[in-house]
Design a protein around this ligand. Structure first.
Ligand code: FAD
Length: 620
């Protein structure tokens, strides 16, 4: 018999991982009295796998969470020990901020943020059941016999639902190494008649950094000027460190090939589907058989630990084989393994059972977010947590739903992908998933989403003031630039090469040229000389893309008009130059009958659709 022990809340969030933390903070920021119910306080903000946040596509998600006043970006900035902007040499649209984090600092910063958040209580305990009145969830029951009641419940239990850990042929029930699985709750979810599946993921062995021969390895430092995640952060707080780089070799691959039958993934012990984009080393050796070397990044897990995370060699081989292949790698000949790599298999819910708020369509007031929905990665989990937390609070407080769309954010792209297409393998964010990636950049996430956050009422005063101040400065600079009307001769006289075509150009027109810098334009309008570097950079980025975005919008409109155009069943996608091999493969498999169907193929972009359309026109 359960008894009520706790206060009544507006929102309960179950699970204190990345989805749960973000969900709980989002609900509390909305003003909802929120309970974060999790197995242990000590587990809040734990990074189960690699000690890093961000990257391509994922960094965009973190910036968007931050633009909504979420916590992940600020916490990562406090814990970051190496910041790098990936794709720095390419355009801002595909650049991704990434930080390697000190695990302990990350956890401590997340806990500090959580304890300091008004409206948010942490309750330690294992949730074993939901409380339902008919189809409406109104709380959870804990293993100690107590109940917590609320208007809405958000479930974010990650890899814990019927989790099974595999190392070679040994298997053990667990949510991740060192944590017990959620079996009773999984059995309860069975009763909700939701479509369930099984997925798997893996992690590499951890090494003792004092036993690595760093002296013979290449070192990879971070950027000299760290690119932070949060629009509010000013500087990296923690000491910055370098990573090491080494490579697997023919001997490593031979050891792995000889022992494939002993791998949990290859020995037939695991049914779940694994992440194609974070393959295990067994996967890499089999799938890329022609390659005799793969890069391994040796990432320190923190400033006060010797543990090193060898990024790129996750595995489910037995411990003795892990030791043998590790010792075959340059610099790791004497490396001590402090924790073996393992694979984990777990239940997930087909996210097509959810709506755009991440609410379960068949139950009222129940939301799911994070890895439980078939995604992989901290950032994907946190972004879903934000969506579910905001909407669970909106229901509890009787406010409008908070919906993200494919045109305003990567968050919207992910939610739409998950809820309309489902997942065939663990879903990870990439820039290629966003049709509108020229406008959905990491650098302008605040311009896209902070107004929505202000309207939604989930934003603190500090951010609102900072954002409005920044936008006022940007608008002022744009106005001055827009009012300039310069002849080609005047432009040339300032040392900027332009066609001598008689056209007058504004300052924004000039900044649209890749190689014209803000400082070049300042020489034409001294009134701009005091512009802060951050404002100058933003105006430059926006100007570069303004023309492309206008063209993209025209293409999108044209495609919308042509959606019904048929694609013959023998249409040869392979002949299209400019389509990636991955996309060609997906189109061959999906065999879309018209452009509208082709547009829904995973990874499709307006540019790729335009290619198909023009070939169809040539053929007709
Ligand atoms: P989690 O971070 O797992 O958090 C779940 C939380 O729920 C925990 O706090 C837990 O204590 C709590 N909980 C569970 N059940 C209950 C219950 N019944 N009652 C109360 N609390 C409960 N991501 C990548 O991007 N790349 C990778 O290569 C990768 N490899 C991974 C390898 C392994 C072995 C694991 C375990 C994870 C890996 N990940 C990887 C995934 C990454 O860790 C997750 O995507 C991310 O942590 C998911 O966040 P989440 O909040 O959904 O769940």
């Amino acid at each position: 018999m359960f008894h009520v022990k706790h206060a009544h809340f507006d929102v309960i969030v179950v699970g204190g991982g990345h989805a749960g933390s973000e969900a709980a903070h989002a609900a509390a920021r909305m003003g909802a009295r929120t309970a974060l119910v999790t197995m242990s306080r000590d587990g809040i903000g734990v990074m189960s796998c690699n000690p890093a946040i961000g990257g391509l596509g994922k960094g965009h998600l973190v910036r968007e969470i931050d633009a909504m006043d979420g916590v992940m970006g600020r916490v990562a900035d406090r814990a970051g020990i190496q910041f790098r902007l990936l794709n720095r040499r390419k355009g801002p649209a595909v650049q991704g901020p990434r930080a390697q984090a000190d695990r302990a600092l990350y956890k401590a910063a997340m806990l500090e943020e959580t304890d300091a958040r008004p409206n948010l209580d942490v309750i330690e305990g294992e949730v074993v059941d939901f409380l339902f009145a008919g189809q409406r969830a109104f709380g959870v029951a804990l293993a100690d016999g107590s109940e917590v009641r609320a208007h809405t419940v958000v479930l974010t239990t990650g890899t814990f639902l019927r989790g099974v850990i595999h190392i070679g042929d040994s298997r053990e029930v667990g949510g991740r190494m060192g944590d017990k699985a959620s079996v009773r709750l999984a059995e309860r979810i069975d009763g909700l008649n939701l479509p369930l599946g099984r997925l798997k993921t893996g992690t590499p062995p951890r090494l003792n950094g004092r036993t690595i021969d760093w002296s013979i390895l290449e070192s990879q430092p971070g950027d000299p000027e760290p690119e932070l995640f949060s629009f509010l952060s000013k500087k990296a707080e923690a000491r910055q460190v370098a990573c090491g780089i080494t490579h697997t070799n023919a001997t490593t691959h031979e050891i792995i090939r000889e022992n494939l039958s002993r791998s949990a993934m290859y020995g037939g012990h695991i049914d779940g589907v694994g992440p194609r984009y974070c393959p295990s080393i067994e996967d890499k050796v089999v799938r890329f058989a022609d390659k005799d070397s793969h890069q391994v990044f040796l990432e320190p897990e923190g400033l006060t630990t010797d543990t090193v995370y060898p990024n790129g060699i996750s595995t489910s081989l037995p411990a003795d084989v892990q030791a043998a292949y590790i010792h075959s790698i340059r610099g790791l000949e004497n490396a001590e393994i402090v924790q073996p790599g393992y694979a984990i298999e777990y239940d997930y819910v087909d996210p097509r059972a959810l709506d755009l708020r991440l609410a379960v369509s068949s139950c009222e007031n129940l939301f799911f977010a994070g890895q439980i929905n078939g995604t992989t990665g901290y950032e994907e989990a946190a972004a879903q947590g934000l969506v579910a937390g905001l909407n669970a609070a909106a229901v509890a407080l009787d406010r409008d739903p908070v919906i993200f769309s494919r045109t305003d954010s990567y968050i919207g792209v992910m939610i739409d992908d998950l809820t309309t297409r489902g997942v065939a393998e663990p879903y990870r964010m990439f820039t290629s998933r966003a049709e509108f990636r020229l406008s959905l950049r990491a650098d302008n996430a605040d311009q896209r989403l902070t107004p929505k956050a202000i309207e939604t009422g989930c934003i603190g005063e500090e951010r609102r003031v900072a954002f409005e101040d920044k936008m006022a400065k940007i608008d002022r600079v744009r106005e001055v630039l827009g009012e300039l009307s310069l002849t080609p001769k005047e432009v040339q006289a300032a040392g900027i090469e332009v066609a001598q075509d008689g056209s007058r150009r504004s300052g924004l027109d000039l900044l649209a040229f890749q190689d014209v810098q803000f400082s070049d334009v300042v020489s034409l309008e001294p009134g701009l000389s005091g512009t802060e570097p951050e404002i100058a950079r933003q105006v430059k980025n926006d100007a570069i893309y303004a023309n492309y975005i206008a063209r993209q919008m025209r293409d999108v409109e044209a495609l919308r008009r042509e959606e019904g155009t048929g694609i013959p069943s023998d249409f040869d996608f392979d002949q299209l130059q400019g389509l990636s091999n991955e996309l060609k493969g997906k189109l061959r498999a999906a065999r879309p009958e018209n452009l509208a169907q082709a547009g829904r193929v995973d990874g499709m972009t307006p540019a790729a659709l335009t290619l198909i359309l023009s070939r169809l026109r040539q053929d007709s």
